[in-house]
Write a protein that binds this ligand. Structure first.
Ligand code: GAP
Length: 553
């Protein structure tokens, strides 16, 4: 085996990566396309291209393997029991009544009185800071060289840039009165200078009819109305008539299909407490502000597992699953340095949850902060109790063995508690894309996708060095052998450098090249994606070489 020197891979942090570049690569290489792109797209919906669907399926299949087919051993070393399910997306609306989604699944929204734009109450300042054309520009007027608030400069801004970018901001509509009110307030509190939010709220407030500080619309600067709940579930109708009685909802989470089948599973499978039911599938939320690419979309996929257990053991299982799920993300190639565990504060908990920890990832758009990847919720007996009440069906668990062992009644007859690891499949895919994206100026492609080999959409590429002299035939023989086991590609076009560059962007971990020596001595060149190093191996070793590196997880 001969080997050429390898180069060390550069160390890149999430903050060094540009989301625009990642999105462009995903489009260029066929990972993700905007849905209905030829008609101008549709906000919050995405299509997954040929490489995207391979990546998504690899992540989904690994989750299924590690959660359902071969789940981990429990804390006591015993194998865990988890079964799978695929429930309907549309259910009887009573399901959503019982789960609390019909009454409670809504975001507080505020409507701009001037331009009609809606903004989520809890994201207003975040949106202003990251996604408002005028806000950043206005802030720069607060920090002139003197370090003081420069009234003239603000007035000047209002008359020029403000008119263009934030025509409905009070400062722009009525600069003189707004500035005099502003100056009065600022002078009035020399010991407690206002913070940036307060300053902006003064500038969004007209003196004459002010009833309190106004918050500005991120789009036009106009005044926002009071928060109103905005329902997140998509509605449709089942049947010929379109009346209230035939109204149905697209599921906003896969979890409820599991709870409604809890008894079916108990009655048909030989599962005993504790056990889990897992499901992967589409969910739909009419998100107010879909954003950050596929991070928050209106149609997305989830991988959820409901773990049913005795209430006394729930806390221990909660800890177990938080750790398991963190380690699982590391096992699919996420650098642990880019992951954190964050416990929810009481006021953040969903209506069903008594404790929740998020596994968060440092996305390029959150860096140096983090954003949610997966939530592990302690749902208590909320869901089963609600379905028991609404469906009028006993859902308590009866443990014959514990009864025969003479244990007290609360140990053998109880409503199970539930621990729920709920991950986004499409969001997980975004994490793999961000994590893999590795700028490298030394390569012709200037970037490569460093997927864990088991996650890579294409496992290997086979190249004849030139498209003649018997090389394509030999390459095709190898290609036909490997494609029986893996997603591989044969590529005969362009020079070899361009072919490597294409595979670097696709994240293909190994490229095998057939050259004139291959015809003479049956060897091939293997090029390693991460180091760009090359070595020669015998063609008969190729399948095992790949198996060791791809299936060996
Ligand atoms: N059954 C519990 C549940 O659905 P969640 O935190 O709302 O909990 C679980 O969702 C996971 O689903 C999130 O951690 C995230 O990965 C993913 N997810 C939620 N809303 C999403 C959206 N609009 N777009 C993409 N992924 C989303």
């Amino acid at each position: 085996m001969t080997q050429t020197p390898t180069q060390a891979a550069p160390v890149i942090t999430p903050a060094d990566k540009s989301m625009d570049d990642i999105v462009a690569l995903c489009k260029r290489r066929g990972f993700v396309f905007p849905a209905s792109e030829i008609y101008g797209g549709i906000n919050g919906f995405w299509d997954y291209g040929p490489l995207g669907i391979e990546l998504k399926n690899n992540l989904r299949d690994r989750w299924w393997r590690d959660m359902v087919t071969c789940p981990p051993d429990g804390p006591d070393g015993r194998p865990l029991d988890i079964v799978g399910l695929d429930s309907a997306i549309i259910q009887n609306p009573k399901v959503w009544e019982a789960s609390g989604h019909l009454a409670g699944f809504a975001d507080p929204m505020r409507k701009c009185q001037k331009c009609g734009h809606f903004v989520r109450e809890d994201q207003l300042w975040e949106i202003l800071a990251t996604n408002s054309k005028w806000f950043d520009d206005l802030l720069q007027q607060f920090t002139p060289h003197t370090g003081e608030i420069d009234t003239l400069r603000l007035m000047e801004w209002a008359k020029r840039k403000g008119k263009k970018y934030a025509p409905n901001l009070a400062l722009v509509r009525n600069p003189e009165v707004t500035m005099s009110w502003f100056a009065q307030r600022i002078n009035g509190q020399p010991d407690a200078p206002p913070d940036v939010q307060e300053l902006v709220r003064y500038l969004a407030t007209e003196q004459l009819h002010a009833t309190g500080l106004q918050e500005p619309c991120p789009l036009c600067g106009g005044e926002l109305g009071d928060a109103q709940p905005f329902k997140l579930m998509f509605e449709s109708y089942a049947g010929l008539t379109q009346t209230e009685d035939s109204k149905v909802y697209l599921r906003p989470e896969t979890a409820q299909g599991i709870f409604t089948n809890y008894k079916n599973v108990l009655d048909t499978m030989r599962v005993k407490m504790p056990f889990g039911i897992a499901q992967v599938g589409k969910s739909f939320r009419n998100e107010v502000t879909p954003r950050n690419y596929i991070f928050r979309s209106r149609e997305f996929e989830q991988m959820e597992m409901e773990w049913f257990c005795h209430p006394d053991e729930a806390k221990q299982w909660y800890e177990f699953w938080v750790q398991q799920r963190h380690d699982w993300w590391v096992s699919v190639g996420v650098n642990p340095a880019n992951l954190i565990r964050r416990e929810h504060d009481c006021d953040e908990l969903a209506h069903y949850s008594t404790a929740c920890a998020d596994i968060e990832y440092q996305y390029p758009f959150t860096a140096p902060g983090y954003g949610e990847l997966e939530g592990i919720a302690h749902r208590g007996d909320y869901d089963l109790s609600k379905h028991q009440e609404h469906a009028r069906l006993k859902l308590e668990y009866f443990d014959q063995q514990r009864k025969e062992a003479g244990e007290p009644e609360d140990k053998f007859r109880y409503m199970p508690h539930v621990i729920e690891p709920a991950a986004g499949l499409t969001r997980g895919m975004l994490v793999l894309l961000c994590e893999a994206y590795t700028p490298d100026d030394s390569r012709p492609s200037k970037v490569f996708m460093k997927f864990d080999p088991s996650m890579a959409p294409i496992k290997a590429a086979i190249f004849p060095l030139v498209n003649k002299d018997g090389m394509p035939e030999k390459a095709e023989e190898l290609y036909r052998q490997l494609r029986k086991r893996w997603a591989v590609q044969m590529d005969v076009k362009q020079n070899i450098g361009k072919r490597y560059a294409r595979m670097d962007e696709a994240g293909t971990p190994y490229c095998f090249t057939i050259d004139s020596d291959s015809l003479a001595d049956d060897t091939v060149t293997v090029r390693d994606r991460d180091t760009a190093g090359q070595q020669r191996i015998n063609i008969s070793q190729v399948e095992q070489y790949l198996a060791d590196r791809i299936d060996g997880v």
